[in-house]
Design a protein around this ligand. Structure first.
Ligand code: AHM
Ligand code: MG
Length: 337
């Protein structure tokens, strides 16, 4: 039987199920090609001169790595001429990037974190790309990048597709077009992604948690309580021993949860309270929340469902708790009591 490449899978979603349009199919194909190019650049490492600092800061005041900048450029270059997009927004750019006048414009908006897990680039640990696709509202003002920001401020429920690539021992693309979650593996020799898992399901319960424990003293009481209970193990109120993992690349931590369950938390804490949280809503929390929900998991801020949040600005940050449904519901319940 012919291999189910990403292109074939998307064609089936379009033709047989009517889940996506032809334009969305091509848009995702182009994003996947950009991810392949990023994977190649990462693979060169020190040989390609791509490691280390770029010597610049992004809009959020974070030092950019060379690969942050390169990955952003690869995604912009790949996507701006395709005719499927009206604008793009990224963690690495202050304002949206409008499709230049010389290229045709389409009906979609793309947001991305071009290289998630920046602190892991130089130490050869898994990193990734996260992306989200929205429809551009009719009549949206795209006359300037400043004006275009408003078109992006849609809740996560409005996403028509979301996904991430994880550049690990293998390069994977994990995708939802609102019809479950599928995993594709990059065949490096053939140069395309091949479907390797469909209908991903996250177990409802877990014995594994992911949180940066060094922030413990800054957490709010509900998260402190939940983590204390997990750490107490069999002798505590949860009655089972837990294991802890923290890669510090959201893509890798979420992918582990997609594979074997677990709970991931970057909750509100006193260090990040004035920023609203650590992770970004539009290109980290929303796409991951959609993927996790599509796989049967849950995603909240501790107080609200992430996908229901009405964004107020492009680079908005939010607390994130996601993964195995019953565990997310438990800790969310602790916030609400
Ligand atoms: P980045 O997009 O600049 O790489 O930051 C996001 C990353 C996430 O991938 C990860 O979950 C988190 O930041 C790690 O934070 P910390 O360094 O506090 O452990
Ligand atoms: Mg990130």
């Amino acid at each position: 039987m012919a291999q189910r490449t990403l292109a074939r899978y998307l064609t089936e979603e379009q033709r047989d199920k009517g889940v996506i349009t032809g334009d969305l199919k091509f848009l995702i194909e182009i994003v996947s090609r950009a991810c392949q190019a990023i994977s190649v650049a990462i693979g060169k490492g020190g040989l390609g001169g791509v490691l280390g600092e770029a010597g610049s800061d992004n809009v959020q005041g974070e030092a950019q790595k060379k690969l942050d900048v390169l990955s952003n450029d690869i995604l912009l270059d790949a996507n701006e001429w395709g005719g499927h997009l009206a604008a793009m927004a990224s963690e690495e750019m202050d304002l949206p990037h409008l499709v230049p006048h010389r290229f045709p414009k389409g009906e979609y908006l793309l947001t991305f974190d071009p290289l998630d897990g920046s602190s892991n680039i130089d130490v050869n640990v898994s990193i990734g790309t996260i992306f989200s696709v929205l429809k551009c509202p009719e009549g949206a003002d795209l006359s300037t990048p400043e004006a275009a920001e408003k078109a992006f401020l849609q809740p996560g429920t409005a996403q028509v597709a979301a996904g991430y690539a994880v550049y690990g021992p293998t390069t994977l693309l994990v995708l939802t077009v609102g019809d479950g979650v599928a995993v594709f593996t990059l065949d490096r020799e053939q140069g395309h992604f091949v479907l390797t898992q469909e209908n991903v399901r996250i177990p409802e319960e877990t014995k594994e948690f992911a949180i940066n424990m060094s922030n413990q003293r800054f957490w709010e009481a509900p998260v402190k309580r939940y983590v204390d209970e997990m750490v107490a193990g069999k002798s505590g109120p949860l009655g089972k021993d837990y294991n802890m993992r923290w890669v510090a690349s959201m893509v890798a931590d979420v992918h582990r949860i997609m594979t074997r369950g677990g709970i991931f938390m970057y909750p509100m804490d006193e260090k990040v309270r004035d920023k609203g949280g650590k992770l970004r809503l539009m290109y980290e929390a929303n796409p991951m929340a959609l993927l996790v929900e599509q796989a049967g998991g849950a995603a909240t801020t501790g107080r609200k469902r992430i996908l229901d949040l009405q964004p107020t600005h492009l680079h908005q940050r939010v607390p994130v708790i996601l993964g195995s449904k019953l565990e997310v519901e438990r800790v969310t319940g602790y916030h609400c009591n």
